[in-house]
Ligand binder design. Structure first.
Ligand code: SF4
Ligand code: SF4
Length: 82
């Protein structure tokens, strides 16, 4: 599953530089994650890096973006090949 940022986000900008896939950016009101670029950090790290650093714990899994570990790894290969 890709992760998502909820409206609890305080726009602290801590997560954006931690994403190995460049999936996080400042949106109009809060930070956003591009689900096409989020691999749950699979391929790079054991844990989602954005979740580790978010001070308000507002980055859950997106239940509408269910993906297996194999699919996430495939996404990782596509992103890194691009
Ligand atoms: S889980 Fe990893 S890949 Fe996904 S947005 Fe967070 S830091 Fe980026
Ligand atoms: S670390 Fe959390 S609060 Fe800070 S910008 Fe990212 S999602 Fe928002």
């Amino acid at each position: 599953m890709a992760l998502m940022i909820t409206d609890e986000c305080i726009n602290c900008d801590v997560c954006e530089p931690e994403c190995p896939n460049g999936a996080i950016s400042a949106g109009e009101e809060i930070y956003i994650i591009d689900p096409n670029l989020c691999t749950e950090c699979v391929g790079h790290y054991d844990e989602p890096q954005c979740q580790q650093v978010c001070p308000v714990d507002c980055i859950p899994l997106d239940p509408e973006r269910e993906e297996s570990r194999e699919q996430l790894m495939e996404k990782y290969h596509v992103i890194t090949a691009a």
